[in-house]
Ligand binder design. Structure first.
Ligand SMILES: Nc1ncnc2c1ncn2[C@@H]1O[C@H](COP(=O)(O)OP(=O)(O)OP(=O)(O)O)[C@@H](O)[C@H]1O
Length: 124
């Protein structure tokens, strides 16, 4: 049992190391300020509990997609350092996952925040 827990702890530390690699990746960095701005904005307007669920889910989906995208990019660079149309296609498809997640996040953001914004524009 102790051995099992030790193994799990080591796997956990590897995953955390991966998370640090991901955060250090220049392209992934854009998602961090975006998530922070959304959270600050949500506090400022005072979103409802259910709206928090959707916002957190949207942020998580973008981060998860970006994490897989970063891993796939690294794998493609390792497997195919030279130009290859298929390598390019794999990277493009992987990037498309981040695009889809980001579109989903923007739609959620609009659905959650627009009603608060319209309350400010039309207070009566
Ligand atoms: N080995 C390759 N063969 C063919 N096309 C490639 C190759 N590597 C990259 N590309 C093309 O260039 C695009 C950008 O690749 P790149 O590796 O620079 O990704 P990125 O999205 O800029 O992310 P990052 O800078 O983090 O690697 C890819 O989406 C793909 O279309």
């Amino acid at each position: 049992m102790k051995n099992y827990i030790q193994k799990q702890a080591i796997s956990f530390s590897h995953a955390f190391r991966g998370l640090i690699y991901m955060i250090k990746d220049y392209n992934s960095l854009i998602h961090l300020p975006a998530a922070i701005i959304v959270v600050i904005f949500a506090f400022v307007v005072g979103v409802e509990r259910e709206e928090w669920y959707w916002l957190i889910a949207a942020i998580a989906v973008v981060w998860i997609a970006e994490t897989f995208n970063t891993a796939i990019e690294k794998l493609v660079d390792l497997a195919c350092p030279k130009y290859h149309p298929l390598a390019g296609k794999v990277k493009d498809i992987s990037a498309a996952a981040v695009l889809l997640a980001s579109i989903f996040a923007v739609v959620i953001g609009l659905l959650v925040f627009l009603p608060y914004f319209s309350d400010w524009v039309y207070p009566l």
